[in-house]
Design a protein around this ligand. Structure first.
Ligand code: NAD
Length: 298
């Protein structure tokens, strides 16, 4: 079994790395947050001292970081993966970042004969814990084949979408659908509540019909229970929407719905909600309508 490096042990990286350990892989891990490293070391991993150190000790290096600048710094920066990785090793970036940056990182690594795939995920913390993430991969078919069983320790749907960058293009499409769905759900539940109907009855009545969705099932119960802990932070969705709008404008695709949800999330950030789950988009609509979406018979 290959020895794996794992860099970025946040909400997602922690459970993903734990699933690799559970599957029997040896892991060398690194994060700026020492307590996160200590937690994974207690589960059986070895601690690395830098991204370079992790790369020098492993054949496959996984990164799970917030955004493009973090990935560039960790992979290409000082004491980065590129300085430690051996020829022929594979870097798999599972962060959600700009597709153009994935391609840039892939090209730089290729100059040192280091292989690269972008493999962002969908499913959030609960599915990261269960090992049932959806993983969308950009890379060469041969590299994908070599890493498939490893990726299947973290996700149940693992799909090769195209060459390097295609994973993150797919993730942007995913994030448009999620953002707009949460906004539609919020708009609908605020309307129902203010019109005097129990939002829980509305949810139960519509979830099996055409309006039903994974987003509705994941977020409506949390909204009604007033649970807004992340999960997936508003600030991270703003980051994705930035990448979505930038990519759309670069390739010539206007994105009116994404732009609207972006402004709603910006308003929430100004109101101090940036660290909350993206289900808290409902707070934007509640403020407009001066009502709270709560079950009538709690
Ligand atoms: P997070 O902020 O919880 O974790 C990021 C980790 O990276 C932190 O532990 C941080 O200390 C570490 N880090 C940052 N810079 C570093 C550096 N230079 N060197 C070493 N470590 C560094 O974020 P997360 O929620 O785990 O998300 C990670 C990625 O996964 C993001 O791109 C996000 O968009 C994506 N994602 C998140 C979710 C979710 O529900 N949280 C779902 C799907 C995809």
């Amino acid at each position: 079994m290959k020895k794996i490096g794992f860099i970025g042990l946040g909400i997602m990286g922690k459970p993903m790395s734990k699933n690799l350990l559970k599957a029997g892989y040896q892991l060398v891990v690194y994060d700026l947050n020492e307590s996160a490293v200590a937690e994974i070391v207690r589960t059986g991993a070895e601690a690395g001292t830098s991204a370079k150190d992790v790369a020098s000790k492993t054949e496959v290096i996984i990164t799970m970081l917030p955004n493009s600048p973090h990935v560039k710094e960790v992979v290409l920066g000082k004491d980065g993966v590129i300085d430690g990785a051996q020829e022929g090793s594979i870097v798999i970036d599972m962060s959600s970042i700009a597709p153009l940056v994935s391609r840039e990182v892939g090209k730089k690594l290729a100059t040192k004969n280091i292989r690269f795939m972008d493999a962002p995920v969908s499913g959030g913390e609960p599915k990261a814990i269960e090992g049932t993430l959806s993983i969308m991969v950009g890379g060469k078919e041969v590299d994908f084949g070599e890493c498939l069983s490893l990726l299947q320790c973290m996700g149940t749907s693992v799909v090769l979408c195209g060459d390097v960058g295609a994973g993150n293009v797919t993730k942007l499409a995913n994030q448009i659908i999620v953002a707009v769905n949460i906004a539609a759900m919020s708009e609908a539940l605020v309307l129902a509540t203010k019109a005097g109907v129990d939002p829980d009855s509305v949810y139960k009545a519509i979830r099996g019909g055409l309006a039903g969705s994974t987003v509705l099932d994941a977020k409506a119960p949390l909204v009604m229970a007033r649970k807004f802990d992340p999960g997936f932070r508003i600030n991270l969705h703003i980051k994705d929407l930035n990448n979505i709008l930038e990519t759309g404008h670069e390739v010539g695709v206007p994105l009116p719905l994404s732009a609207s949800v972006m402004e709603m999330m910006q308003a929430l950030k100004v109101d101090g909600h940036g660290g909350k789950d993206h289900g808290s988009l409902v707070l934007f609509y509640e403020k407009l309508a001066n009502i709270l979406v709560e079950k009538q018979n709690k």
